[in-house]
Ligand binder design. Structure first.
Ligand code: LMR
Length: 332
């Protein structure tokens, strides 16, 4: 907390008297992944476009790899105005109070990317973004990462294999319920702490997208990777509401244009980035890749089905039903 306060004070002072042009608006865009991920590349693209469309009136500083803040701290820093932009995964909005975001953590909720787009761009996504305003946050866009794999130091093929295995999760109660339904012991850790926790045996494994596994070198400290595609990781790009509302209207329009194009770019490259990361993990030979048979996948689905009712009280039955409808393409 002390470290966070010092960082916040320093950041606020910098924003008041930025180096260079006195009237230049500075956007600090903090995130936790490598610059070589869908999110990292999206943030860089936004930086280029925002600076171009505002004719240099806005300077965007991108801080990847938790350089400024870890998971929970970055959300606090945004609310305090120490950073202006973040792109936390949808699994990290629960501690803020926006528990509904965790609907996207439900196992197997989204059959494919088309269903995902329909949900995020439809009523579910719009409703979630609107809710953020009560926390002093303005939602700008949804960015893709991809579907998750499981990694561990033992082979995970059937639900029985999870018994007693310590698996790192993000701060989502739905993910907690998911791991417990499989018989595993979930442990919340910040993203920046995962590699070391896996290396030292603090946890036995975790779940993430191939691009995150590869860029954090998790595959070098995990003996097995199961291609399960059991859930999804995506992001909400967010800004401080007061900062956003205080921007001149023309600047806001130019930034919206930059964000729209950066979003198309980020969502276009996400699948390719993950496919390439998966190929690189395979080629490294450092971890054994397990492909699930249809019977094994069916066993995972069956074991995970109770999670839907277990978390109804937290995220709302109506929202889950709405999401299932949208995911199936039956929403009107
Ligand atoms: C994680 O914490 O595992 C990921 O969601 C990190 C990220 O932002 O992709």
């Amino acid at each position: 907390m002390k470290r966070l306060c010092i960082a916040v004070v320093a950041a606020v002072l910098c924003a008041v008297s930025p180096a260079g042009a006195a009237d230049q608006i500075v956007i600090k865009f903090s995130h936790v992944t490598s610059a070589e991920t869908p999110k990292g590349r999206g943030a860089e693209r936004f930086r280029e476009l925002a600076e171009k469309y505002t004719g240099g009136k806005v300077r965007v500083e991108v801080y990847p790899n938790s350089q400024l803040y870890k998971d929970k701290e970055e959300m606090e820093a945004l609310q305090l105005g120490a950073v202006q932009m973040l792109a936390p995964s949808l699994a990290k909005f629960g501690p803020l109070g926006a528990k509904e975001f965790e609907v996207f953590d439900l196992p197997y909720i989204l059959p494919d990317k088309a269903a995902l787009r329909r949900s995020l761009e439809g009523a579910v996504g719009t409703g979630l973004m609107t809710k953020l305003q009560r926390y002093g946050i303005y939602g700008l866009a949804f960015w893709d990462n991809g579907f998750k794999v499981m990694t561990a130091n033992k082979p995970l093929r059937m639900p029985d294999d999870f018994r007693g295995v310590k698996l790192r999760i993000q701060s989502s109660k739905v993910l907690d319920a998911q791991m417990r339904a499989l018989g595993a012991l979930p442990q919340v850790l910040a993203f920046s702490e995962v590699y070391q926790a896996m290396q030292t045996g603090v946890v036995d494994g975790g779940e993430n997208t191939p691009s995150n596994v590869y860029t954090q070198k998790m595959h070098e400290v995990q003996k097995y990777l199961t291609v399960s595609n059991h859930g999804y990781i995506g992001y909400a790009v967010i800004t401080n509401l007061r900062f956003w509302e205080g921007l001149p209207v023309d600047i806001r329009k130019q930034l919206e244009r930059a964000m729209k194009e950066a979003t198309e770019y980020a969502n276009d490259i996400a699948q390719k980035e993950n496919d390439e990361a998966m190929a690189a993990i395979r080629a490294s030979g450092k971890t054994e890749i397990i492909e699930l048979t249809p019977a094994e996948t069916a066993a995972w689905r069956k074991a995970l089905q109770p999670v839907y009712t277990q978390v109804e009280g937290r995220i709302g039955k109506a929202l889950i039903q709405e999401m299932v409808k949208e995911a199936q393409g039956t929403a009107n």
